[in-house]
Design a protein around this ligand. Structure first.
Ligand code: NAD
Length: 302
């Protein structure tokens, strides 16, 4: 009677698990010299949409677009640190993120024009929210003032909040974003005013155009480390920032009529685009600016 040969089981040495986020080197598909590549990111509760699980700092998160961004990111399972000069608003939004979406959320009261406060805010945010892998710079003012009335103080104020804060914060958060990648990304809130002049908004328009230059340059610097940098250029969004303009008779109706989608944006329209750019769905988008304006600039400006 034939006896079955014992099958040889080949002993394979167990591969040591590669810690997540560690860089592995591989030549690329086109035979170019070896480049640094990163292993797949960890997934948050919306893994099918590729949301990293790292925390996101949202400046200006106490109101309007920043608030909507914090809530949209929390909905996707991301912990959020809300930085704003409005302490009550920041606490309120942090509490909403926790209660509605069960994520870690932290409120920090600061003035983004004062960059000396950033280091401490980064530490406290990471302590509460965990590793930081995202930044949304939504803090902003319109600094309305015609160029013929402009003085040093008015110019510096709008530049410091809208533009300088974005640059210094990017520098200070870069080590954390690189460390906590892959999947780390930055989104600046620019504006369609970056493309159009406005007699009352020379400082605002210059700061928003400046953000597009910063976007491209920071994307160039941080891209090789796996960090993407993009801007969103909203059109007219129904928030407290736009309230004085919308209070003028006929302005709202006129804007709505000139917008192909026949309405102003809700802050959530902008937040969905920000969340997309912070997700792996946008994995090959960097140095770009995305216009989200219901078609307004396709046919005219504000
Ligand atoms: N609303 C629009 O139509 C519109 C259009 C295009 C771009 N944007 C841009 O979107 C961003 C958000 O605007 P919004 O409409 O939500 O305005 P908003 O006034 O509702 O919110 C701005 C938030 O930034 C905070 N902030 C302002 N200065 C700050 C400072 N120095 N330090 C810390 N926090 C500060 C405010 O407290 C507020 O919570 C701004 O950068 C704005 O320029 C808005």
């Amino acid at each position: 009677m034939a006896t079955a040969k014992p099958t040889k089981t080949k002993k394979t040495a167990a591969k040591p698990a590669r810690p997540r986020g560690v860089i592995k080197k591989k030549p690329n598909a086109y035979g170019a010299p070896a480049r640094t590549r990163r292993v797949a990111p960890r997934r948050a509760p919306w893994p099918h949409l590729g949301h990293p699980s790292s925390a996101v700092v949202v400046t200006g998160g106490a109101s309007g677009i920043g608030e909507a961004c914090a809530l949209a990111l929390a909905e996707a399972g991301r912990p959020v640190a809300i930085w704003d000069r409005n302490d009550e608003g920041a606490e309120r939004v942090a509490a909403l993120c926790r209660s509605r979406h069960s994520v870690r959320a932290h409120a920090v009261t600061l003035d983004v024009a004062d960059s000396s406060t950033f280091a401490e805010a980064i530490v406290s945010s990471a302590n509460v929210c965990g590793p930081i892998g995202g930044l949304v710079h939504a803090a902003g003012i319109d600094g309305a003032c015609m160029i013929t009335d402009m003085d040093d103080e008015a110019w510096d104020k709008v530049m410091d909040i809208n533009l300088r804060a974005a640059a210094i914060l990017t520098k200070q958060l870069a080590p954390s974003l690189i460390e906590n990648g892959p999947g780390s990304a930055i989104v600046y809130l620019s504006s369609i005013e970056a493309f159009f002049g406005h007699t009352f908004l020379p400082g605002y328009a210059a700061s928003k155009a400046g953000l597009l230059g910063l976007t491209r340059s920071a994307a160039h610097t941080l891209g090789p480390s796996g960090v993407r940098v993009n801007s969103i250029c909203p059109g007219a969004v129904d928030t407290p920032l736009l309230a004085p303009l919308l209070a003028i008779d006929g302005v709202r109706e006129n804007l709505e009529a000139r917008t192909p989608l026949l309405r102003l944006a809700d802050p959530s329209d902008i937040a969905k685009s920000v969340r997309f750019l912070l997700s792996d769905e946008a994995s090959f988008i960097t140095g770009a600016s995305l216009v989200v304006d219901g078609g307004l600039t396709a046919v005219s400006g504000i």
